[in-house]
Design a protein around this ligand. Structure first.
Ligand code: ADP
Ligand code: MG
Ligand code: MG
Ligand code: MG
Ligand code: MG
Length: 724
């Protein structure tokens, strides 16, 4: 979301009657933008993270921690630098749902160089320091996924009380006061009200309490007949959580569709690895993650749509909330794994197909558009469908899924992008940076080795639920695609060839490019996605010795998409992985532990980290960058192996071992305070937590001098992030 444009929100009644208007024009806008941008080629790899933070206020005398409702005033200050020099800032700050939340991103995206991995953690640290400078001594900016006592009595500073009976309240929650919703832009309260009104009742978020020896049942506020449920009743319980997101630019639309698909099955896996939110409204629960909470927190489906009443006013039953795991793959290879029936309006689908959109993309967009607009501004109702994309974005940006397929914005130099959205926010910059760098590397390996993680959507859905279970990272198993012999051979071959190539290059000029993709089987006729299309020779040259460049890769030259134009059948889309015959199909999906997925299982899967290591071996990487990446990979390996525990498990242990804990699942004000103080110590590097981060952990990343000046110039030219 950009700096949010101001405007006047329409009432729900006004919005509701414009649902079809938004749908019709949104679809037109998509068709138009598609034709403007479908042939766009040669965008370079750019990527960037988003970290959301909670501002906490400590009362050190009474030992109480609360969320500080300061986001609006902090953002005013944080945005000053950007307003003065939009292109020159190292960070960008945006509002989020909570009046106690802010979202920070790097000032510019990172680019295609290995050396950029050195900048991520430093940039995250810079962001944290930037906010900290504006805070009082008793306040702290924290990248925690959920504030453990969110919605418990008196959890805000200044104190604010919920007003469930007040017809003017947006949430009408028993627990979450409207004052805790970001006040600086009407979008957030409008969404809150409209989702509640569309649904016909307050949202209902149910979590099983973690039953300890002395847990009192029913839990306070439990629904009738469900004594062990912690009930949450407001959008803020979900949208008021923090997460870690990543966006990548692909070289063209085909590569974007492919990355979208390949990363989708990894969403539940990364959710399990990053699990960080076991406590809600002051109770330990059976869940380790925010996902189902946030999903239910914006579930605007009516009873009819949820299947609780016969269809009458609404057109269809809808299986999921508008916030959930993706429902269909977009690449031809993915088509056959779309095994869950997709709900969409046939006439919307037909218009897309008649507008020249292929089946897979048409059904994706038609499915997004089963949702009604839940936030509309009077200034935006009438638009020019040839230029504007607001109505499309209106629906797109309120379909909050594990992956987002992002078309280029109008009139910008930005290309087709995909967003990776499942990860929970981690306590330290080190952890967040490790996860970001890991996922970026994974995308390079996927493209270079042509890895195939495609798993039936139904199994990915199942994995999403598994991922949220208590200690899933160590205890559960996940559907995962067995790698074919060919995949492994391909990886080995690619590695060998890349090594040879790197050696040959090293002999001549010492410059290694990271384009493993072109060394796989079909190394011909591939688009060079790293700017070669613009004919600017200079752009293609890595500038210094040992600087490694991460290209977007081949096999995605824009010709292979849209293979299934106009057909609305089921098993369309070519399976490009010719190695997997139908016989093998049955055995293709196996239940693996997180450890096996990350570290490998003989004869089944080489492991995500070993695959990345093998990719890196084929690269010339300078020592600093190598160190940075290695410490991240080692950390991820250890967490996956259970040698280090997830944030969620660590938090549970903190509560269970607290002297005040009464074995009753309750996270009291004092326990909450001590937990958050400890977290503050960890993120500031003052508190060592071996179980969480290992023994001798200290970050080796520096802020300066990692990128030679000549290279910095190149980066600036490409509009990438350069650290001065
Ligand atoms: P949203 O909230 O819509 O997901 P944001 O603008 O908050 O998007 O964040 C998007 C992320 O994408 C940021 O980390 C930003 O640095 C990064 N980014 C910006 N431009 C590009 C680009 N051209 N390609 C890839 N990532 C980009
Ligand atoms: Mg954002
Ligand atoms: Mg956002
Ligand atoms: Mg956000
Ligand atoms: Mg985002």
């Amino acid at each position: 979301m950009g700096l949010l444009s101001e405007g006047s929100p329409l009432s729900w009644e006004e919005t509701e009657v414009l649902a079809d208007h938004v749908r019709e024009h949104g679809v037109n806008q998509f068709i138009n933008l598609y034709h403007r941008l479908k042939d766009r080629q040669g965008d370079i790899l750019k990527w960037g993270d988003e970290v959301e933070y909670i501002i906490v206020k400590f009362d050190d005398e009474d030992k109480v921690a609360r969320v500080a409702l300061r986001a609006e005033d902090l953002l005013a200050k944080l945005n000053e630098k950007e307003l003065a020099d939009p292109k020159g800032v190292k960070s960008l700050w945006r509002p989020e749902y909570g009046a106690y939340m802010i979202e920070g991103t790097p000032g510019k995206p990172f680019g295609g160089l290995m050396a950029h991995f050195n900048l991520v953690e430093a940039n995250m640290r810079y962001r944290r320091e930037e906010v900290t400078e504006l805070l009082g001594k008793d306040e702290c900016v924290m990248s925690i996924t959920n504030f453990p006592r969110l919605g418990a009595p008196n959890f805000t500073y200044p104190l604010a009380q919920p007003r469930p009976e007040d017809p003017l309240s947006s949430a009408r929650s028993l627990y979450f006061p409207d004052e805790a919703i970001f006040p600086g832009h009407p979008r957030f309260k409008t969404l809150t009200r409209n989702i509640r009104k569309r649904r016909g009742e307050k949202v209902s978020i149910k979590l099983k309490v973690f039953k300890d020896a002395k847990t009192k049942l029913p839990v306070e506020g439990a629904p009738p007949g469900e004594p062990d449920v912690v009930l949450l009743d407001a959008m803020g319980f979900g949208m008021g959580c923090c997460c870690l997101q990543l966006t990548f630019q692909a070289c063209n639309i085909t590569e974007a569709r492919r990355l979208y698909d390949q990363l989708a099955p990894l969403c539940p896996i990364m959710l399990a690895l990053t699990a960080a939110s076991p406590i809600y409204r002051g109770y330990l629960t059976e869940s380790d993650c925010r996902w189902n909470v946030i999903s239910s927190s914006v579930d605007c489906r009516t009873e009819e749509e949820r299947g609780l009443a016969p269809l009458n006013k609404q057109k269809f039953r809808i299986a999921k909330s508008r916030y959930d795991s993706i429902d269909s793959y977009l690449s031809p290879e993915g088509a056959k794994y779309n095994d869950v029936p997709l709900t969409y309006d046939e006439s919307v689908y037909q218009r897309l197909v008649e507008g020249g959109i292929d089946h897979l993309l048409a059904q994706h967009v038609a499915h997004l558009f089963i949702r009604d607009t839940v936030s509309l501004f009077s200034e935006k109702v009438h638009q020019n469908d040839n230029e504007d994309t607001d109505h499309f974005e209106n629906i797109q940006s309120t379909n909050w899924q594990t992956m987002r397929f992002k078309p280029p914005p109008p009139n910008s130099s930005i290309g087709w992008r995909v967003e990776f959205r499942p990860c929970e926010a981690q306590i330290s910059d080190f952890e967040n940076a490790a996860i970001v760098c890991f996922v970026v590397l994974l995308t390079r390996v996927i493209l270079s080795y042509q890895l195939n993680f495609l798993t039936p959507i139904s199994k990915v859905d199942e994995n999403m639920q598994t991922a949220q279970k208590r200690d899933a990272c160590r205890k559960e198993k996940f559907w995962f695609r067995k790698s074919s012999k060919t995949t492994e051979q391909r990886a080995a071959k690619a590695q060998a060839q890349a090594q040879a190539q790197a050696q040959a290059q090293a002999k001549t000029n010492g410059k290694a490019t990271l384009n493993g993709g072109s060394v796989a089987e079909n190394g011909n006729g591939l688009a060079d996605c790293n700017g070669s299309e613009n004919g600017d020779q200079e752009e293609q040259q890595p500038l210094t010795n040992g600087s490694a460049k991460m290209n977007g890769h081949g096999n995605t030259n824009g010709t292979s998409n849209g293979t299934t134009n106009g057909t609305n059948g089921s098993s369309n889309g070519a399976d490009s992985d010719h190695t997997d015959t139908d016989d093998e199909e049955n055995e293709l999906f196996q239940l693996l532990s997180i450890n096996e997925i990350f570290n490998g299982k003989p004869n089944v899967f080489p492991g995500l980290v070993p695959l990345i290591r093998s990719y890196l071996q084929s690269m010339e990487v300078d020592t600093d960058t190598h160190c940075t990446i290695e410490q991240y990979l080692r950390f991820i390996q250890k967490r996956a192996a259970g040698e280090l525990i997830t944030t969620a498990t660590w938090m549970r242990e903190q509560v269970l071992s607290h002297p005040d804990y009464k074995q009753d699942s309750v996270v009291s004000e004092r326990i909450n305070y001590d937990l958050l103080k400890r977290i503050q110590g960890i993120q500031e590097g003052k508190q060592v937590e071996p179980a969480l981060l290992g023994q001798g952990y200290h970050s080796k990343t520096k802020t300066k001098d990692f990128i030679p000046p000549a290279l910095q110039k190149q980066l600036a030219k490409n509009g990438c992030c350069e650290e001065k």
